[in-house]
Design a protein around this ligand. Structure first.
Ligand code: AHR
Length: 661
């Protein structure tokens, strides 16, 4: 058998003039490819949520930050009070006459990392207010252009009359000028002598993603939708665990009326290096909004919950301590998991948490299928704790697939210890993370070829190529990611999900890089890693085709797409420094066929710019930037080819996706 294969290879090479040969058997489709194969991983890191995807422009809108007026400038009679209408967000502000006729009373907010306004965009301002003494009070809300050289900062304003001493919500719309305002702020002035109490002061673009009032920033949400992800993992990452158990992501605090969602600390404010000190989680983008968004973009939701262990990187894990929930205190965490399943899939007629979902506007179930328990866990405690979750979940909800963790690293002692434990626990999938250099990514393109076929499947839950000594977005890293992804795809029977990480980063507020999408307050840019993900996800196909490749620098995978009339899709990566002549030998396919190729290649890059580092010296270090968002862009060609042997040129440092009709 081996001999026959060898002689076939030899003949193909001779026919093709000793070119690299990719052999694909088009008549022997193998495993199906899970619709969840390529997805996105969302975490509130790098200002991914507040100040990012969540479209709220006001920082500390409920005055619940540790210093109640963090994010606010004040003048005149401004007093913080704490007996407000929302029990979990009790603070509010009383605006009263300053005592001096010529001294105004007001509040100003400059956003999370500054505030910007899109030209001509409509903004919805809202607040809760009352007049404590009864009667009428008057406010003016102003959108300001702080960069203006005019006499007045105001570019739009509206008056609000507050009536009576009961708390009520007031809403007005303001329209930005017909140019983008980069340095904007919102001011709220008290008019007249009557004091007014204000709470939950909010400003959203009216035109959010799908127009939701508590909505998402349009360009960022669209970038995710354009990836056509099959699965969306949220809310992290380390914030699932929290630096302490109390500050873990508590999904129950993230649902219900947005005014009453308590503030949470973020674990990403801990280290000194890139702490912004005023970075918190408002929970405004909460679990309801995540599930709703998943539904809208056609991605399976994959929530990950705390397993009762606070972040193992933040704690002394050599002994049990307050970072670990044990005995009775673990029961609360298990109950959170059960209640989440009810929130997603339960019947509002019988289930309390399903009622919360229905009250929020979604009576139909969200159709939860996957649940992650724990993020990057290792050591002696995790497996028994996971089992304590699995027992009741398996009993009550056997349809839910459970995802366990293989720790933070893709190899080494912890990884080797965790996999057998996950097998023993009989989880459905195991979450592996790899943040490694180019060498690792290229060498691991065959990582799963000999992986055990029995037992849990793989979820490559966080990965990104971190260039040696260069942890920033660069074109060559994305080519190495593509090389590894051909291996995920060839082994789609074992690897059922893969999500690059992290997803978002604010250019002025990041803690971690590289990242897939960078943004400032007005613009966003899709990196070359994004484009690689998009090429794989939009060319996922339905079944693996057996593929072998004869050259060290060339990486390949092939799939059949039953949803596109049996089209064959071949992905070819040339990680090498020279162009390569490659023969794609499509065994079983004859005659003329239309072939579309989509190529990302170093030779098509024009600007030596990088989203993180501005100008760079080497084309391999360049990437898209806010100034040049299409520096790296796919080049598409359509031609007719005669099968079975199709010769192509794979440009140096490139990924090409061929779709053969
Ligand atoms: O993606 C950034 C971080 O990397 C995640 O929060 C964590 O899971 C991993 O260590």
């Amino acid at each position: 058998m081996k001999k026959i294969l060898l002689s076939a290879l030899l003949t193909a090479s001779l026919m093709a003039g000793a070119q690299t040969v990719i052999d694909i058997n088009t008549k022997k489709p193998g495993s199906d490819i899970a619709p969840t194969m390529y997805g996105v991983f969302f975490e509130d890191i790098n200002y991914g949520a507040d100040g990012g995807l969540y479209a709220e422009l006001i920082k500390n809108r409920s005055f619940e930050y540790p210093q109640a007026l963090m994010g606010w400038n004040t003048i005149g009679g401004v007093e913080v009070k704490d007996d407000g209408p929302f029990d979990r967000c009790p603070h509010y502000v009383r605006l009263s006459f300053s005592g001096k006729r010529d001294k105004a009373t007001g509040l100003e907010n400059r956003g999370h990392l500054g505030m910007s306004l899109l030209g001509k965009e409509k903004y919805r301002f809202s607040l809760w207010a009352r007049v404590p003494q009864g009667g009428e009070g008057n406010l003016t809300v102003v959108l300001r252009n702080l960069g203006s050289q005019e006499e007045n900062f105001a570019v739009a304003e509206q008056k609000i009359t507050v009536a009576g001493n009961e708390w009520k919500k007031y809403t007005v719309e303001l329209t930005a000028p017909d140019y983008d305002v980069e340095k904007a702020s919102l001011a709220l002035w008290l008019n007249g002598n009557n004091a007014v109490d204000v709470e939950h002061v909010s400003l959203f673009p009216v035109d959010t993603w799908k127009g939701h009032e508590n909505g998402l920033r349009r360009d960022l949400a669209q970038a995710l939708a354009d990836l056509k992800p099959g699965v969306m993992r949220f809310p992290g990452g380390c914030i699932v665990e929290g630096a302490t158990l109390d500050t873990r992501y508590n999904w129950k605090n993230s649902v219900g009326p947005v005014e009453n969602r308590p503030l949470n600390e973020t674990r990403w404010n801990y280290g000194r290096e890139r702490s912004h000190m005023d970075y918190y989680q408002s929970y405004g983008l909460g679990f309801f909004e995540f599930f709703q968004f998943c539904e809208e973009i056609g991605a399976q939701p994959l929530p990950v919950l705390s397993c009762g262990m606070a972040c193992q990187f933040n704690n002394d894990i050599t002994k049990a301590g307050d970072w670990l929930a044990q005995g009775d205190s673990l029961k609360e965490f298990i109950q959170d998991a059960i209640d989440l399943i009810e929130f997603c899939n339960g019947d509002p007629a019988t289930s309390k948490w399903a009622q919360v979902r229905a009250q929020m506007g979604h009576p139909a179930p969200f159709g939860l299928k996957y649940l992650g328990i724990g993020n990057e866990q290792w050591g002696e405690y995790y497996a028994p704790m996971l089992k304590a979750f699995m027992e009741p979940i398996r009993k009550q909800y056997p349809e839910i697939q459970i995802i366990g963790s293989a720790g933070p690293w893709p190899d080494g002692k912890e990884y080797d210890e965790m996999w057998p434990l996950m097998r023993e626990a009989k989880v459905d999938l195991v979450d592996e993370h790899f943040y490694k250099n180019e060498e690792f990514f290229l060498s691991q393109a065959h990582r799963y070829d000999k992986f055990p076929r029995k037992g849990p499947k793989v979820f490559a839950g966080e990965y990104a190529c971190h260039g040696t000594g260069k942890k920033w977005n660069r074109f060559y890293s994305s080519i190495c990611e593509a090389a590894l992804m051909t291996g995920l795809e060839r082994n789609a029977d074992v690897v059922r999900m893969a999500t690059y990480a992290p997803l978002f980063a604010h250019i002025d507020g990041w803690q971690w890089r590289p990242d897939m999408i960078w943004f400032d307050n007005l613009r966003s840019v899709r990196t070359s890693s994004y484009l690689v993900q998009q090429l794989f996800a939009t060319n996922r196909g339905t079944h693996v085709l057996p593929t072998t490749c004869s050259d060290g620098d060339i990486y390949a995978s092939a799939v059949l797409d039953k949803d596109d009339n049996g089209a064959i899709i071949v992905k070819v990566v040339n990680a090498g420094a020279s162009d390569a002549q490659v023969t794609i030998n499509l065994k079983g396919l004859k005659g003329d066929h239309e072939m579309t190729s989509t190529t990302l290649a170093a030779c098509n890059i024009t600007s030596m710019e990088n989203v993180n580092y501005g100008k760079v010296a080497d084309v391999l270090d360049s990437d898209n930037s806010l100034a040049h968002p299409d520096n790296v862009a796919p080049v598409v060609n359509t031609t007719t080819v005669t099968c079975p042997a199709v010769t192509i040129n794979a440009p140096a440092r490139s990924l090409t996706v061929y779709r053969i009709k």
